[in-house]
Ligand binder design. Sequence first.
Ligand SMILES: [Zn+2]
Length: 243
Amino acid sequence: MSDNNLEDLFAHNRAWSAQMERDRPGFFTSLVKQQTPRYMWIGCSDSRVPANQITGLEPGEVFVHRNVANIVVHSDLNALSAIQFAVEHLKVEHIMVVGHYGCAGVKAALSGKRIGLADNWIRHIQDVRDRHSVMIESLPEEVRVDALCELNVAEQVVNVAVSTVMVDAWARGQKVQIHGWTFGVHDGLLQDLGLSVDGAKPLDTAYKAAVQRIRYKWSKPAGAALASPSAQAGADGTEGTAK
Ligand SMILES: [Zn+2]
């Protein structure tokens, strides 16, 4: 059974390659020469959140790093190496940290449910949960996972911003912005959390403002169309969708 499925993947790949070459003769030849992406995407490994398809970007246009629950840990050489390569060599202009609603990693972190080795990874989100425990516990239970998903994004934006890679890049005068976004698996839409940092404005102020917006957004009275992202997408008072 699996053999057939894997054959399908190769067949689809050959068809895709041929179609691309028909539509855009020389496409792959030009890709070989260089990649010049303007964007770096740091997202969740979740199979429902594919960076290129969501943003309509083609091969060569977005540099991607994904892990469980889009976490950037201060000492994670994998993530930091990817960020360094993207910033110093590819000269990306925008780094977006993209969380998604209904993230299994965030859910596990919130509930404290044990899922295995990943518990140690998820622990980073539990730190976020604990940091904002008063706010989270004040929210209706059904929106807490989505609120924590957004808080996690805000936290990871800060983690990227304080990395030596970004501190050095901004000290050199390199123009790179970091953005916090979320993705709705239920509607396929990106939302901008309004937290964009560029090394010029105070990071702490931007972070605190974002956290306040998240608190305000999710603490609206029940019945104000907030029960879930599927109910409130686009009507939540954030600064519009990003793309
Ligand atoms: Zn996820």
